[in-house]
Design a protein around this ligand. Structure first.
Ligand code: AMP
Length: 283
């Protein structure tokens, strides 16, 4: 087997390992993940390798972005498999801090993004989420000082929030969005797909199918609200508990009334059984 990536677990060890890269003038690309890696994550790694000489992947299941009732405890953790995949993907360094290394005793700072982070989408159902994401992502950026950081369009609101945050705080990093990687039947790859029963897995691609059909209708000029209403009904009929299905401005995530209001993104979140799935497409 090829040599695996260097694994670092403390901030000081991470910084020491990055010094030679920086001394050699080599650009670093960071791919933040929570592990349980799949082809979606690996698409981010490939894009990172295309852009930068050195690739750092972080694996950190961030407790501060989960609410007490959410799946922090049961979130899939597959560290050994992840390292095997990252070895094959020729990643240089894995940053896998413990919760104590990331949030030492006495930690008392939190970043609270506004704007797209308050769009009434994920934030409405997970009010703690973007504060946790913004805080840990800012820390990951200052820890690794990457030239690029790659995020999936799969988590579209997160991509917009992180992009705006980097701009607002003058963080010296270029945020790169990567298109969603899907199963052949359209289901967006997600670590949480592992929770689905056989029957739920068979129903799950409905989300993408309904989004694509809705986007085509909006493009043809059908009234937005009517398209959304019918799409919502179809998702509920398939057996999902719908959190939201919305059409928003693709950059600000502000509400839109029609295509005249700018580029549109359709975003959905719905529960099937106990598993909450999200997806989105451009119009
Ligand atoms: P996670 O481990 O779920 O926090 O995801 C880490 C990164 O991978 C985030 O930027 C996600 O948006 C991205 N990602 C997750 N699933 C996919 C997918 N199916 N296609 C592309 N990117 C993804």
């Amino acid at each position: 087997m090829a040599n695996g990536p260097t694994v670092r677990r403390t901030v000081s060890a991470l910084r020491r390992s990055l010094v030679p890269f920086r001394k050699a003038g080599e650009r670093i690309a960071l791919v933040p993940t929570m592990g349980a890696l799949h082809r979606g994550h690996l698409a981010l790694v490939r894009e990172a390798r295309r852009r930068a000489r050195r690739v750092v992947v972080s694996i950190f299941v961030n407790p501060s972005q989960f609410a007490p009732h959410e799946d922090f405890g049961s979130y899939p953790r597959e560290y050994k498999k992840d390292i095997t995949a990252l070895t094959a993907a020729k990643v240089d360094l894995v940053w896998a801090p413990s919760a104590e290394a990331m949030y030492p005793h006495g930690f008392a700072t939190r970043i609270e993004p506004q704007g797209a982070a308050k769009a009434g989408l994920e934030d409405k159902f997970r009010p703690h989420f973007f504060g946790g994401v913004a805080t840990v992502v800012t820390k990951l950026f200052t820890q690794t000082a990457p030239y690029f950081a790659l995020f999936g369009e799969k988590d579209y609101q997160q991509l917009r929030v992180v992009t705006q945050m980097a701009k607002d705080l003058d963080l010296p990093v270029k945020i790169v969005g990567v298109p969603t990687v899907r199963e052949p039947d359209g289901l967006a790859l997600s670590s949480r797909n592992a929770y689905l029963s056989v029957q739920e897995r068979a129903t799950a691609p409905t989300l993408y199918r309904v989004l694509i059909a809705g986007a085509a209708r909006v493009k043809r000029g059908e009234p937005l609200e009517m398209v959304l209403e019918e799409a919502r009904a179809e998702i509920a009929h398939a057996g999902f508990g719908l959190d939201y299905l919305e059409a928003r401005h693709a950059l600000t995530l502000a509400p839109v009334a029609s295509r005249k209001d700018g580029p549109i993104r359709l975003l959905v979140a719905a529960k099937i059984g106990k598993t909450r799935l999200i997806d989105n497409v451009g119009v």
